[in-house]
Design a protein around this ligand. Sequence first.
Ligand code: 5GP
Length: 192
Amino acid sequence: MEPRGKTIVVAAPSGAGKTSIVRGLLAQHSFLAFSISATTRKKRPHEVDGKDYHFFTNEQFHAKVENGDFLEYEEVYKNTFYGTLYAEVNKIWAENKHIIFDVDVEGALNIKETFGDNCLNLFIKPPSLYTLYERLKNRNTETEESLQKRITKAEKELKYQTKFDQIVINDKLDVAINDASKIVCEFLKIPS
Ligand code: 5GP
């Protein structure tokens, strides 16, 4: 796929604060637009279909896979799929905005491979695995089983950090957003 704008990919273990950092970046920079992913996971009570995710059944999701509609997709958790639709990417570029993605580590590396120098790959790191566990527990969105799944995945994901263009440690959220914002502005060659 030929890039028609820049892409910023924010990846991190679940619970590292990635979504808050993405929201912070979107609030500061109107030239960025969020790529709404498709997923087969269940909608959380506060989430809105078509805003947080495009929520699909397994059948709907796999029909789109068969149709070649995805730029990338992953079985992020067993039997739970997430993916980026070409349609989403094209819609944002048509609005002359740069795209910000919130994806898992493998998705981030795939997007980087597709867009190369037009892509900034940002890894958000929790201060420690213990902090991550505490944050996920306090979020109250996970069962003990899904919490364990996320921690196991996080341990694996942390090993990939060296493959990223930049690393931001999320200890204090406002500091992390500012750090990420400076990196994004440098990449886009605009004053911060
Ligand atoms: P959550 O269920 O917490 O919303 O997301 C779980 C994980 O899936 C997160 O790491 C999130 O970034 C990732 N994810 C969300 N959308 C996509 C996507 O389109 N592609 C890939 N590869 N991962 C995604």
